[in-house]
Design a protein around this ligand. Structure first.
Ligand code: NAD
Length: 485
């Protein structure tokens, strides 16, 4: 399967074909592990977006009337194609994003397959509502919306892209989708796989380009009926101001600063192993990573010493090496931002217990963007470092006294995406889960996912929920029909 055309140019997938942007404008695309440009991606403008929306509008009548079982069969064919190309997709994801190859192969790409299969299965089992009373029956139709948009970030590129596209298509919508311009490669490969799978032209259109040009053109297009966005809180708020006057349906999955609350009675080894992952998986660039670690005072020093010594063993290296636990940071801009946040933490009185520096590697990765996993203590809960999202391999640790104290510290945040609680006391677990302000709570685990559950954040972490029926509800318009007899 060709990754890009012979000129290393990543094109758009519009109306069933791979096409160059009309303006002829391209952006450089970097390999984070080497710091080198290795391809170029279309920087699409309003007329490319308009072509995608026109294709989606034209494809809508037939696709929306296709029987759910036929749409499901098509989604399964796309899943089959992803599965058959798992190795090349994983290699492309790792190269484009900097994440370890083993991670892309074991988590990112298998999850894309699951996303398509899950919504293919779900749509064939959907029941409609009916309300029966006083000589009348009401029933509810759920119709697809029309051409809709999916916009996703760079941290889990194809994983989050397909998490939005699959339910939108399953529900009978046609889609205009934009991946991050920082990680465009696997989205482009998805376009090629859709051609291979026989998806009718215009049902899915993938428009590449920057947020300011391409993204803006998508969200402000009058014929785009709904937008599902995952990315930064600032961008989400901006999109809300563009779409609100046009009364477009909007789902926002935004930033986080997630608390990890560790009680002294937890299963220590399981907690330690999982906390290493929840802190540093994907170089800490997962919106669900726990970046504020609160540990009950009686366990604090033991935890701190063990944790720091285990973090020091996390090897940072070439994403292609199976031994690399940590890969590269996604871009030079983000690399510099993270190092700046570490400096800021020091200014705020933070004591860097381990890490804190860029890593220089020899050989092919000598110019790559790598940062040591970093643990900081001594920061005030209200400090910028504990309040602003860093989105990198940086966590702060602090002691707490009791459940009330832990809940207060966890909730002192503008964000409310996810929280993790470690305890063997059921009462404490349920109480903290109920009182912590976040859309997702994990007790004695992290990132355990059942795709049927509501997924999303509260406060500045988002608006609305994805996952299972929540996603199908978002991507459809309910219509009540009342019959009196
Ligand atoms: P970002 O907001 O910069 O970009 C996200 C996407 O929006 C990209 O495709 C970008 O091109 C596009 N975009 C940017 N400006 C736009 C505009 N004006 N109009 C339309 N589209 C625009 O975010 P990022 O840096 O790519 O991703 C990191 C952020 O994503 C972090 O804050 C992270 O917490 C968040 N995130 C949240 C979740 C979640 O489920 N809540 C999941 C993953 C990442």
């Amino acid at each position: 399967m060709p990754l890009v055309d012979c000129m290393n140019k990543i094109q758009n997938y519009i109306n069933g074909s791979m096409v160059a942007p009309k303006s002829g404008q391209w952006l450089d695309n970097f390999e984070p592990a080497t710091g080198k440009v290795y391809s170029q991606v279309a920087d699409s403008n309003e007329s490319d977006v308009d072509a995608a929306v026109t294709a989606a509008r034209n494809a809508f009548p037939a696709w929306s009337k296709t029987h759910a079982t036929d749409r499901a069969a098509m989604l399964h064919r796309i899943a089959d194609a992803i599965e058959a190309n798992l190795d090349s997709l994983a290699a492309a994801e790792s190269k484009d994003n900097g994440k370890p190859l083993w991670l892309a192969r074991s988590v990112d790409i298998p999850r894309c397959v699951s996303n398509f299969r899950f919504f293919a299965n779900l749509i064939t089992g959907v029941e409609s509502q009916s309300h029966n009373s006083d000589g009348m029956i009401n029933y509810t139709l759920r119709n697809p919306l029309g051409p809709v948009a999916c916009i996703s970030p760079w941290n889990l590129p194809l994983y989050l892209f397909t998490w939005k596209i699959a339910p939108a298509l399953a529900a009978g919508n046609t889609v205009i989708a934009k991946p991050s311009e920082v990680t465009p490669m696997t989205a482009s490969m998805l376009g090629e796989l859709c051609i291979e799978a026989g998806l009718p032209p215009g049902v899915l259109n993938i428009v590449q380009g920057s947020g300011s040009l391409t993204g803006n053109a998508i969200v402000s297009h009058d014929d785009v009926q709904a937008i599902s966005f995952t990315g930064g809180t600032k961008t989400g708020k901006h999109i809300a101001t563009v779409t609100a006057p046009k009364l477009k349906k909007l789902s926002l999955e935004l930033g986080g600063k997630n608390p990890n609350i560790i009680f002294a009675d937890c299963d220590y080894e399981l907690m330690m192993e999982t906390t290493l992952r929840s802190s540093f998986a994907n170089q800490g660039q997962i919106c669900l990573c726990g970046s504020r670690i609160y540990v009950q005072r009686s366990l604090y020093e033991t935890f701190r010493d063990d944790f720091v010594s285990r973090v020091k063993q996390l090897s940072v290296g070439d994403p292609l090496e199976p031994a690399s636990k940590q890969g590269a940071i996604v871009s030079q801009q983000h690399f510099e931002k993270i190092l700046g946040c570490i400096e800021r933490a020091k200014e705020e009185g933070g004591n860097v217990l381990c890490g804190g520096n860029a890593v220089s590697l020899a050989g092919r990765c000598e110019n790559g963007w790598f940062i040591e996993p970093t643990v900081i203590e001594g920061l005030a809960n209200s400090s910028e470092s504990n309040q602003q999202e860093i989105f990198g391999p940086v966590v702060s640790i602090a002691p707490f006294d009791d459940a009330d104290d832990a809940i207060a510290k966890a909730n002192e945040s503008q964000y409310g995406l996810s929280a993790t609680i470690w305890t063997s006391n059921l009462n404490v677990a349920h109480r903290v889960a109920a009182e912590v302000e976040s859309g997702i709570v994990w007790i004695n685990c992290w990132l355990a996912r059942d795709l049927r559950t509501p997924f999303g954040g509260m406060k500045e972490s988002g608006l609305g929920r994805e996952g299972g029926m929540e996603a199908l509800r978002f991507w459809t318009e309910p219509k009540n029909v009342c019959i009196k007899f």
